[in-house]
Design a binder for this molecule. Structure first.
Ligand code: PMV
Length: 315
């Protein structure tokens, strides 16, 4: 018996953090993924072999959360204790780091692999719900944006609600991006809690920022539909400013964002929870992508060159 499953990495292009409060966000799967492989294990426990490339300390820092996440998913899938004698291996070309959906991709991959292994025939919607349960092990109360992108792939308009709204944005031509890694492991739950605290304290200021973020989402959606790269880039820059104002950027993130802009990126911003983790730069065409990635790497930071908007992450 064997099971295998895949989950895409993601980049939030607009409105991380704001999305937690029901402001629309735009997210894309990226062409990097995590694979989970399940096989029998001669023990009544569930063994996890994490062979993903990772930011130093990422795996150690997340170990407890990863275990909690797995237990939540086993429970959500109603997999009995006696059947849990399985080994799960994590691999794939998505490095494990903060902000690119590593936790969601692993949850989706594991849910798919377990579904195949136990012949559960789960639909994408069911996989998405189970991965959401798994995400709670990492984030507490995630918006659901990460697991949605990781499950369905492509470019997605997402609004948290009851139920969540998810609409595909069609983008005829995928766009090259560069993701730059600060090398700092960040805790999304801490970042989200910080925003909540400050939002309650500075109600009026935050209200204004949040309304501008809502506006940006609609403008960005239109810009994607028009394939207006310049406009998308400008809106990304503005979105980064709002994220700075709610204090989820960091010195390293701002540094990488500035380098990317200096070398010609049409826009750049942090992506994901912030306070470390990753940033993203819009770099249409391979030449610009290469130039921006090289500039970031020259400063000693890791990059990923990939595309947004490809269906199924370009696979
Ligand atoms: O740090 P990541 O990649 O897991 O992204 C978190 C996105 C937030 O909007 C900050 C939180 C959420 O649950 O949506």
């Amino acid at each position: 018996m064997k099971g295998e499953g895949i989950g895409f990495g993601k980049a939030i292009l607009f409105n991380e953090h704001f999305v937690v409060y029901g402001i629309p966000a735009i997210v894309s799967a990226i062409g990097k993924y995590t694979i989970a492989r399940v096989e029998p294990y001669n023990n009544s426990e569930t063994k996890l072999d994490d062979n993903r490339d990772a930011t130093p300390k990422y795996k150690e820092d997340k170990l407890k959360q990863q275990r909690d996440s797995l237990n939540r998913m086993l429970k959500a899938m109603d997999i009995e204790a006696s059947k849990k004698g399985v080994k799960i291996e994590l691999a794939g070309n998505l490095y494990a780091a903060s902000g690119i959906g590593a936790s969601a991709a692993s949850c989706v991959a594991i849910a798919r692999a377990l579904s195949e292994y136990f012949n559960l025939n789960l639909s994408d919607d069911e996989i998405n719900n189970i991965a959401y349960e798994g995400e709670k092990g990492y984030h507490g109360t995630p918006s659901g944006i990460d697991n949605t992108a990781s499950t369905y792939g492509g470019l997605i308009w997402f609004e948290k609600g009851n139920p969540n709204t998810m609409e595909r944005i069609s983008l005829p031509n995928p766009i090259e991006i560069v993701i730059g890694n600060t090398g700092k492991v960040a805790d999304t739950a801490v970042a989200v809690a910080g925003v909540r605290e400050r939002k309650e304290k500075h109600h009026e200021k935050y209200h204004k920022i949040f309304e501008r973020a809502r506006n940006i989402a609609f403008l960005a959606r239109r810009a994607f539909q028009d394939e207006d790269h310049e406009e998308i880039g400008k809106l990304m820059n503005e979105n980064h400013k709002l994220l700075q104002q709610i204090e989820v950027s960091s010195r390293e993130l701002d540094f990488l964002v500035n380098i990317a802009r200096e070398y010609g990126a049409l826009g750049a911003k942090l992506t994901g929870g912030g306070l470390g983790g990753n940033m993203i730069a819009l770099t249409p065409e391979k030449e610009l992508q290469e130039k921006v990635a090289n500039a970031i790497e020259k400063e000693g930071f890791q990059t990923v060159k990939t595309v947004i908007g490809a269906s199924r992450g370009g696979l």
